[in-house]
Write a protein that binds this ligand. Structure first.
Ligand SMILES: Cc1cc2nc3c(=O)[nH]c(=O)nc-3n(C[C@H](O)[C@H](O)[C@H](O)COP(=O)(O)O)c2cc1C
Length: 202
């Protein structure tokens, strides 16, 4: 994709490609949980909520994560498909922010990802009605025990309420720490012809 405007010294014309490079670099440099990021969702009347989730790669222009579709975030993204995310890698002193549309991935993509998980994680996805109250830890472990018995000796299918979510960014900001707190910020907005990039004051 070609950028329609590109200020001097920007990290690149395609911010999603730069993000992928930075995330890999943070992992290579031994950063702490370089795949963890904050995901914000909101209710239809705009009340936000935020939590940490794990990055599962970029596919066809979308950042991927996995979750329970009936969880608080799952319900919020169904009712209001606008979300935001934020990565900060202390090892690089760089931050990436994105805003865009949240969508459930096609079932085939979620099936493929679920099949790649270890069996205990697969059973955990059945056992946990994520975000619902549970009286004790023992009650949670009893639910896990029940699903172990239910699927004993058989492959674990993907629960219908669990799967991949895509965030398709419309705005991406790349932030690099600079001397004297004069940081570099590059804000990209998606346009028909590609990404438009502006340098912002820190
Ligand atoms: C390091 C870390 C990684 C996490 N990764 C995920 C994840 O990939 N998917 C997920 O649904 N929850 C993940 N969680 C749990 C969420 O932060 C959150 O507690 C859960 O998804 C319920 O959020 P909700 O009630 O807002 O839906 C993670 C938590 C931490 C601290």
């Amino acid at each position: 994709m070609q950028s329609s405007t590109q200020p001097d010294e920007s990290p690149g014309a395609d911010p999603l490609a730069v993000f992928v490079e930075w995330q890999a670099l943070a992992a290579e440099r031994g950063g702490v949980m370089p795949d963890a990021f904050a995901l914000a969702t909101a209710t239809p009347d705009g009340r936000p909520s935020v939590r940490t989730v794990l990055y599962k790669g970029v596919l066809d222009g979308a950042v991927r994560l996995v979750t329970n579709y009936d969880s608080r975030k799952g319900r919020e993204l169904t009712d209001n498909p606008h979300g935001a995310l934020m990565f900060f890698w202390p090892v690089l002193d760089r931050q990436v922010r994105m805003e865009g549309r949240l969508e459930r991935a096609p079932a085939s993509e979620s099936d493929a990802y679920f099949a790649s998980r270890d069996r205990e994680s697969q059973l955990g996805a059945w056992a946990s009605a994520q975000s619902q109250p549970v009286p004790t830890r023992a009650a949670l472990m009893a639910a896990f025990q029940r699903v172990q018995e239910r699927f004993a000796g058989a492959p674990v299918p993907r629960p219908p309420h669990w799967g991949v979510v895509h965030l398709i960014p419309e705005r991406i900001e790349l932030w690099l720490a600079g001397a004297h707190r004069l940081h570099d910020r590059f804000a990209y907005t998606r346009e028909v012809a590609g990404w438009r990039c502006q340098r912002l004051m820190p």
